[in-house]
Design a protein. Sequence first.
Length: 150
Amino acid sequence: MKSKHILSIFFMLFLSIPLISCSSDDDSNSGDSSTVIAQLETSIKSGTWRVSNFVEDGDNQTSNFNGFIFSFGDDGTVIATNGSTTKNGTWVTGTDDSTPKLIISFPDNDGPFEEISEDWRIESTTSSKIDLKHVSGGDGSIDLLSFTKI
């Protein structure tokens, strides 16, 4: 039981390493990354969102999030509710090799929320839609996640 707890702590620390080791001024593209991150942070904290697309390893799993409404707080919290179920998590932005990222973490690690607890590359962001991509470091598989404002 203790080893599972230690592994959970290690995993969370591992996810935070890119944020600690990278700064927004890593290279000449940092202005672009900073702009993308600023746009995402402004958009994501405004209003509520739904998962409009989630594809994991080529398998469309969007329906796993049907009915869930996501609220991203100024304090780095994210709450997903569907009326009877509430999931609490966290979000943070950063860069990794000048690539703008959104890191989402739902610590319960159950069901579909475990699958979106990742460091997501910000592909595009507007005031009404956010497109994200994750490439697995293990096998190179690609996951896609899109949020659409409600």
